[in-house]
Design a protein around this ligand. Structure first.
Ligand code: 8YV
Length: 336
């Protein structure tokens, strides 16, 4: 189906993007690019949506109903990133404003970072690096810096989407036994390929696993999915890795559990109030705190930019959007 084309859309980009993407954006569109890499304020976002056809935001922009209400000619929010929890997709949809994202291209890099944390936390890699730099490596000893073996342990994945599956593949290669919890059970062939055990009840899975990896999206139903009660279900030697969104874990409860030795450690790439990190987590040696770098490779960021431009081209040429995001319950058949 061909929709109305918008030949020369005014595009506003909220953050600095890789230079080759900015150059191409300038070639293709009337693009208003950011001079400095600083997030826009809510007032600036409102001003932006009142003066463009396409907004290109990132995870650091809160595109809430208030911002969307300020839009005049806005037709498309072409998000630079896969997660769209910072956008009120329902409010956009209600006003006929399309939302697109950049899935797929950051899967492998995010899974690599997840796997790196799954290995680095039990083996105390970052703690060891710190000790060496601080002059606290006095030579090899049979009992120095012992961690825990990864091979043979049970990995529980929450969220068996693209990234969860890519983590499962890596984990199998490292000899981990893969378990998962997801809203829906994965199709048989995928479960078979990944040799993954499905747990319909999250609580039951938490009692059975050694390492928990969170790769589900942040939605109202996953908010604080891992809370104080659920943390208590996990064993004292277990680890948590989160590369999805901070909001999925009650960060204060996690900090408390780790401080009290209820868990073995954690590897986090995302936080509830980014860039702020719970002060107690900062003090713990058995926690690795990565600065939201799941997709931070030149390759991913370039390909995310490509996807953003392809989605904007769909508007220019009047084609269906390749990466359209819909609010829950909405149907694809409506005004594609
Ligand atoms: C992105 C991410 O870097 O794509 C996502 O959802 O979490 C990150 O890897 C970020 O969203 C860019 O907007």
């Amino acid at each position: 189906m061909v929709k109305q084309s918008v030949p020369d859309p005014r595009v506003i980009v909220t953050r600095r993007l890789p230079i080759e993407i900015e150059t191409r954006m300038r070639d293709l569109f009337s693009a208003n690019l950011r001079a400095e890499d600083v997030a826009m304020s809510q007032a600036e976002l409102k001003q932006a949506v009142a003066n463009c056809d396409v907004l290109v935001p990132t995870v650091t922009d809160v595109i809430d109903a208030d911002v969307i209400a300020a839009a005049t000619d806005l037709k498309l929010i072409a998000n630079f990133g896969a997660g769209t929890d910072h956008i009120d997709v329902a409010a956009a949809h209600a006003r006929g404003i399309m939302v697109t994202n950049t899935p797929g291209v950051l899967t492998e890099d995010t899974a690599d970072l997840t796997m790196a944390l799954i290995l680095a936390v039990p083996r105390r890699l970052v703690e060891g690096d710190r000790r060496t730099r601080e002059g606290n490596f006095d030579g090899w000893s049979p009992t120095f810096m012992l961690g825990h073996r990864v091979r043979g342990k049970k990995l529980g994945i929450i969220g068996m989407g693209r990234i969860g599956q890519a983590v499962a593949r890596r984990a199998s290669a490292f000899g981990l036994d893969v378990h998962y919890h997801n809203r829906r059970r994965a199709p048989g062939p995928i479960e078979e390929e990944l040799n993954a055990t499905y747990w319909p009840e999250l609580d039951a899975m938490l009692t059975a696993i050694d390492i928990l990896s969170i790769t589900c999206p942040s939605t109202p139903s996953t908010y604080h999915l891992i809370n104080e009660t659920r943390l208590k279900l996990m064993s004292k030697n277990s680890y948590i890795v989160n590369t999805s969104r901070g909001e999925v874990i009650d960060e204060a409860a996690l900090a408390k559990a780790l401080s009290q030795g209820q868990l073995g450690g954690a590897g986090l790439d995302v936080y509830e109030n980014e860039p702020t990190v719970h002060p107690d987590l900062m003090k713990l040696p058995n926690v690795i705190l990565a600065p939201h770098i799941g997709s931070a490779t030149h390759e991913s960021r370039r390909e995310m930019g490509e996807k953003v431009m392809i989605n904007i081209r769909a508007l220019v040429d009047g084609h269906a959007y390749p990466d359209r995001v819909l609010p829950p319950g909405a149907s694809f058949s409506k005004d594609i």
